[in-house]
Design a protein around this ligand. Structure first.
Ligand code: FES
Length: 160
């Protein structure tokens, strides 16, 4: 009597094409799947530390690489550096609904043009619908250059 639990030559020959197909499908999936990350997670140059001076916030542009699906793009963003606060770096994004704030030197305040929120020179909330002050961004000095991390903003409680 024949043992049916043993693999037969026919069942083995059926498994070979399945294995080949699975290998090809796996390789294709690895190549075709979109990269999900929104922004690269790295330190971005702001300016040489010795160029950031004065008593008022200094507006600088940073270049951040974004990855969306298969596309990689670079975008410029504003940040505000506070020399009077040990080069604390503030995000210009209003915590209310995300408009970009402006520095009004005559008022010594940041102002959000969308719904009229106002912030002090250190980013603290003064008035308006914003629920809190401007977010501080993680920063460091590397080889004499101020850098900011391109990841998420720091929690308000973590400000330097
Ligand atoms: S988005 Fe700034 S006050 Fe509404």
């Amino acid at each position: 009597m024949k043992d049916t639990a043993q693999p037969t030559r026919r069942s083995f020959l059926l498994l070979v094409p399945l294995g080949i197909f699975a290998s090809i499908a796996g390789a294709a999936f690895r190549f075709l799947r979109p990269r999900i990350s929104a922004a690269t997670n790295r330190w971005v140059d702001v300016a040489p530390v010795n160029e950031i001076t004065g008593s008022q916030p200094v507006n600088r542009k940073i270049v951040v690489q974004h990855i969306a699906g298969w596309a990689t793009t670079t975008e410029q963003h504003n940040v505000f550096v506070l020399p009077a606060k040990g080069n604390l770096v503030l995000s210009p994004v209003c915590p209310h609904e995300g408009c970009e704030v402006l520095w009004i030197s005559q008022l010594n305040q940041f102002a959000c043009p969308c719904h009229e929120s106002y912030f002090a020179a250190d980013g603290a909330r003064i008035s308006g619908p914003t629920p809190r002050g401007l977010d501080a961004l993680p920063s460091r000095v590397q080889d004499g250059r101020l850098q900011v991390h391109s990841g998420l903003p720091q929690e308000p409680g973590n400000r330097a």
